[in-house]
Write a protein that binds this ligand. Structure first.
Ligand SMILES: Cc1cc2nc3c(=O)[nH]c(=O)nc-3n(C[C@H](O)[C@H](O)[C@H](O)COP(=O)(O)OP(=O)(O)OC[C@H]3O[C@@H](n4cnc5c(N)ncnc54)[C@H](O)[C@@H]3O)c2cc1C
Length: 377
């Protein structure tokens, strides 16, 4: 039974690494194996998230900000985040840390291979490229192929291209990041620029869409160049790094793919916040709940999802989906009428109904009411 494990985690990206850290935090004696070929792009992302004050991963973060801005052509909203801090962590550093930690524990092991399939029922067999293992429980970050052909869910793609640029002269305020800048837009869809300044001469500038279709490389580059030249007024710079990706923003019910002794995690388990595309912090929370459920012999989906917040996410997605050009107006109202602390708390799914009403009432428009009733029935 050398190749039998209590838990097999497929994928050590954002979700898999959080689950590993959480199992380690509980000093589990369960026999755990992590399977990943470590070839995915997940090793090279810049993950941003917010949290109050100091946090568990502060020794790994590459930068943090206490102030931000939300920008419209005719409005600039300063965002005083205190007590929240917006933080950035390199995915490579986070995953490498989790990997190094697990290697200190003899009950944890890693198989550096791709999983081809999972079979069995009570005891699961995981078939990798050249190894087969058996396990009592699979935690699986592979997205079910049915998601990509589904036509019933409301889905947008958060897609973006960003450049880390370096200038010779000081051009950025490293104390303040730009959450969303709508001064330069590709009309008809929701899109904005996001800026993370790392120093006075270095920043990540990202052109981002929340849209149905992706765009060509030339389109991203046209807007990036224009933003840097016209709005940042930078003539001369070098591109140090490129970041590009697609994150699903969807009402798709990923939890339909849980099976007996196989539980989907990460994007594959619906751990990405549908209305924002953020998942780092959400994955930390979900991993904590899941590990708690495992160790306490609870059903695995116990307290994993909030129906109420799914409902809000579904409304927001429906509004953006049915009139994709409205995004700047929707987000402007959100940031204008609410302070950022309340918005963060709402997105973290930590608000109570009274606060949710305060956030949503000013956003109420015909589109919101229509989506509200569409989601209700
Ligand atoms: C460029 C970019 C920037 C982003 N920035 C942010 C951000 O700022 N903040 C934020 O919260 N989110 C961000 N995201 C989203 C975030 O990266 C994802 O939501 C998150 O990584 C999803 O976690 P996951 O574990 O499901 O998938 P991943 O992190 O992609 O990990 C999946 C892992 O599974 C492995 N795997 C897949 N198939 C197999 C198989 N068959 N066998 C073995 N292993 C397998 C892969 O190798 C990979 O390591 C960003 C995404 C991108 C693309």
């Amino acid at each position: 039974m050398d190749h039998h494990y209590d838990i097999a985690i497929i994928g050590m990206g954002c979700a898999g690494s959080h689950v590993v850290q959480e199992l380690l935090r509980h000093k589990t004696t369960l026999k755990v194996v992590v399977i990943d070929d470590f070839k995915a792009k997940s090793l090279e992302k810049t993950w941003s998230y917010w949290e109050k004050g100091t946090g568990r991963w502060d020794h790994l973060i590459s930068h943090s900000w206490e102030k931000g801005t939300f920008i419209m052509p005719t409005d600039l909203i300063p965002l005083d985040l205190n007590p929240y801090v917006y933080k950035t962590i390199e995915s490579h550093d986070f995953i490498a840390f989790a990997k190094a930690e697990l290697q200190k524990h003899p009950n944890f092991s890693i198989i550096e291979e791709k999983v081809k399939s999972v079979s069995g029922d009570e005891i699961r067999t995981v078939h990798c490229d050249s190894t087969d293992i058996t396990t009592n429980l699979v935690l699986d970050s592979r997205i079910d192929p049915a998601f990509f052909t589904d036509t019933k869910a409301t889905s947008l793609q958060q897609h973006f291209k960003g450049w880390v640029i370096k200038t010779e002269q000081p051009a950025f305020d490293p104390e303040e990041f730009v959450m969303m800048d709508y001064r330069l837009i590709d009309a008809g869809t929701t899109n904005f620029t996001y800026v993370l300044p790392f120093s006075t001469t270095e920043a990540l500038v990202e052109f981002t869409y929340f849209a149905k279709e992706i765009v060509s490389e030339e389109t991203y580059e046209k807007y990036l160049k224009k933003y840097i030249k016209d709005l940042l007024q930078i003539e001369s710079y070098t591109i140090e790094k490129t970041e590009q990706g697609i994150i699903p923003m969807t009402t798709y019910r990923f939890d339909q793919h849980h099976e007996k002794n196989l539980f989907k995690i990460g994007t594959a388990g619906g751990w990405v916040k549908p209305s924002t595309g953020y998942s780092f912090k959400m994955s930390e929370k979900k991993a904590a709940q899941l590990v708690n459920n495992i160790l306490n012999h609870q059903v695995l989906h116990h307290q994993m999802n909030s129906k109420k917040f799914r409902f809000y996410d579904d409304i927001m997605l429906d509004v953006l989906h049915s009139d994709n050009g409205r995004g700047s107006k929707v987000f402007h109202t959100l940031y204008k009428k609410n302070n950022i602390k309340k918005i963060f708390s709402f997105l973290d799914e930590e608000t109570v109904f009274k606060e949710e009403l305060e956030i949503m009432l000013p956003m109420t428009s015909y589109a919101f009411i229509k989506s509200f009733f569409k989601q209700l029935f």
